[in-house]
Design a binder for this molecule. Sequence first.
Ligand code: GLN
Length: 311
Amino acid sequence: MKQLSEKLLEELVEDSLPYASEGKVRPVIPYYDETKKDILGVTIWTGDHCYHAGEQGMYVPMQSTAKIVTLMLALNDFGKDRVFEMVGMEPMGDFFNSISQLEKHNIDKPFNPMVNAGAIATSALIKGGNVEERFERYMDFMKKITGNPDLVMSEDVYKAEQANGARNRSLAYFMQSTGAMIMDPEEALDFYFRTNAVMMCTDDFARVGYFLANGGREPETNKRLIPPDHLRTVKSIMLTSGMYNSSGQFAVEAGFPLKSGVSGTIIGAVPGRMGIGIVAPAIDNKGNSTAGGALVKSLSQALNLNMFGVT
Ligand code: GLN
């Protein structure tokens, strides 16, 4: 096992960066184009030390990494039984925005909260009188868990999510037809789009990972913001579904909970050890960062991060 240092991190970043050429930058995200393709940045936060390598300080939208925060809030608001009445916990084994999987197998709820349909159904469970109140609660929670009071949503990204939201709308309205969507679909979608548009950098992503890895404690006060059994639920579902239809491969090759977003972000939570935040915008056809995924796997090997045993 190697010792974690910025020098090691720089080496792993350099080795992983060539994988960016295997991916594509998602063009519907504002400010995202091919000039962002060869970027890879990482922060590792261990609670008492912060390690950086590669590109730093670039703010990108959370996209699907928001799904883990929405799930945490829903579990806090309604508890496990109610949440999993509305959404399943099984891996879907298909693309993150699959609509055909909603109709198959006669299921009346989406597969899990890490795929689009599941996250939109979970969005309908967040408490608040209207979308503004519900999103304010989301932002308060985000600011607490990252320790960053300056986090904001990008209006441009929010507008782009709305403008390119046909697939997500069809998922929401389909779920309304089966009873899986318990509020006005537009309200749930509005919350979902806003969460996807919150801008963060690798430091913030690493803090979210550390929050999950370290008992759900607010960094400022050390107060628990979510009970340990909810955290365990979130991390288990991240392990089985956080990397969509590559989750099995990442469970084997990395062996700890991860969540990706189409902005090329990855949040990693190594229980009891560290939070990992990665930004590398080029993604594969499953929606996972190619260079970021390579870095996660090499980090796991170098630092023996696999929860299921050392190699
Ligand atoms: N905004 C994207 C969507 O809803 C997020 C998907 C993702 O990051 N995988 O389709």
